[in-house]
Structures are given as C-alpha cells and as structure tokens.
Write a protein that binds this ligand. Structure first.
Ligand code: C5P
Length: 232
C-alpha cells in the first residue's frame, strides 16, 4: 500500500457512518474505525464497510498480556481488516505475540503498527504519571525501535516525529500520522498539527484525518483536497 489518506470515522452509530460514506461515489476512502464505533456496533460495522469496498484501519490500541492480545488479534485477522494497532508500552513480547496472532494460516496478515506515546501525553505527564524521565522525542524513537525489533510494520506518531522515526527505523517503517489540518483550518483539540502537504514533505506514509473532512460543509471536496495535497 502506498501513501494514502485515512478518514477517521469518529461517529457513534452505523447509520451515521454509512450515510457519511454514501457521499463518496468515486474513490472509496481508507476508513479508520475507532473504539467508539466498534464498541457501539461490533464486528458487523467492519464487515459492512468492507463489503462497500473500503480498506479499514481498526484503531483499537490493544494493550494486555501477550496471550490475550495474540488471541484477540487472531479474531481481527479473520475480520479481514487492513491495518490494526497495539500500544508499544505492552512490551516487545506483547507486540511479537500480537503479530503471531494476526498471521493467518496461509501466512498473510493485516499490517500492524504500534502507538508510541499518545499525542495527549506531554512531557509532564510522562514524568509525573508514568515515571518516564527521558525526553518525549527519545521515548518515541525508542518505542518505535522496539516495535520494529518485534517485527511490526510501523507506528502511529505525530507528523512532527515522522522524520525522526524514519531516521532511526528506516524509510520502509510506516509512519501513520494524525494531527492534520488545512492551512486555514480550525485546530480543534489538536495541539501540534501539520497540513497534508507538510506531512507529505516530512515523509508521513499515511495521514489520519477526522474533523477537517467529517465536519466539512463538503466532505467529499475536503477529502479530495487532502488527497491532492498529500498523495498526488
Ligand atoms: O478529527 P481529527 O482529525 O483530530 O481526528 C484524528 C483522529 O486520529 C481521531 O480519531 C483520534 O482519535 C486519532 N488519533 C489522534 N492522535 C493519536 C492517535 C489517534 O488524534 N495520537
């Protein structure tokens, strides 16, 4: 899969999500399903969106003991998602188990990426809540290297970290980056943002874009603009 725009479908029901996706007649966007929608609608929402021809990033951020994560991943592999994720904080052993669980009997598997540090975690919460006393950039790079050593395909990170991750883990290691806004757009609750064109320049492989598309007056036009700035 090459560079692409992933649309974060942060809706709370299947009805709302499918009505939104109905607007896209030409190119079927790569869709991100998060916890809210998945917990509300269950695996059937994944099947319904897949049947409509979309690729799916199932963003459930698994983090548990290795055996539990391995078994959960086997279920996601059967759901035929294209991309899924775990927390790197679950350790290299947990990530390796996730990869094993995700691998189907015929050797194929969805892509697996790791969350390094959530973009809602800042240096002070890293130190005071998590007792991690290294600079954020160093923590993100270290977690990315651990994910790579476990055999994962990439990480979710801020576009501001994409270059550093590629420098330490190699160009082929995927960077999937939320925190994207149009130049004149509302930042919402995102603090560190880049435009789609800037994300392309720093080498992001996938951008995850939610409200700039879902809340736009014309979501299809907003999506096309993202694609033309980031992919074309
Ligand atoms: O609406 P917006 O473009 O901010 O949506 C970004 C999406 O990416 C949301 O679904 C959010 O949960 C997700 N995300 C994020 N930051 C992370 C990981 C995921 O914004 N570090």
């Amino acid at each position: 899969m090459g560079r692409d725009v992933i649309v974060a479908c942060d809706f709370s029901s299947a009805g709302e999500t499918l009505a939104f996706l109905d607007m896209f007649r030409e190119k079927k966007p790569f869709v991100k399903i998060g916890m809210e929608l998945f917990y509300a609608e269950g695996p059937s929402i994944v099947r319904q969106i897949k049947e409509r021809g979309h690729k799916i990033f199932l963003d459930l951020k698994l983090h548990d003991i290795p055996n539990t994560v391995k078994k959960a991943m086997a279920v996601l592999a059967r759901l035929d998602v294209d991309l899924c994720n775990v927390h790197a904080a679950g350790t290299k052993e947990m990530m390796a188990a996730a990869l094993e669980g995700l691998t189907r009997p015929d050797g194929t598997r969805p892509l697996l990426i790791a969350v390094t540090q959530l973009t809602s975690t800042d240096q002070s919460s890293l130190e005071n809540d998590l007792m991690i006393h290294a600079p954020m950039a160093q923590v993100v790079t270290h977690y990315a290297k651990t994910a790579r050593d476990a055999g994962l395909d990439g990480v979710v990170c801020s576009p501001l970290e994409a270059e550093k991750v590629h420098a330490s883990c190699g160009k082929a290691f995927l960077t999937v980056t939320p925190g994207v806004r149009f130049a004149e757009g509302d930042m919402g609750d995102q603090k560190r943002v880049m435009t789609p064109a800037q994300a392309k320049n720093v080498g992001s492989d996938y951008i995850v874009v939610g409200r700039p598309i879902t809340a736009a007056a014309d979501p299809v036009a907003a999506y096309s603009r993202c694609v033309s700035e980031f992919v074309d």
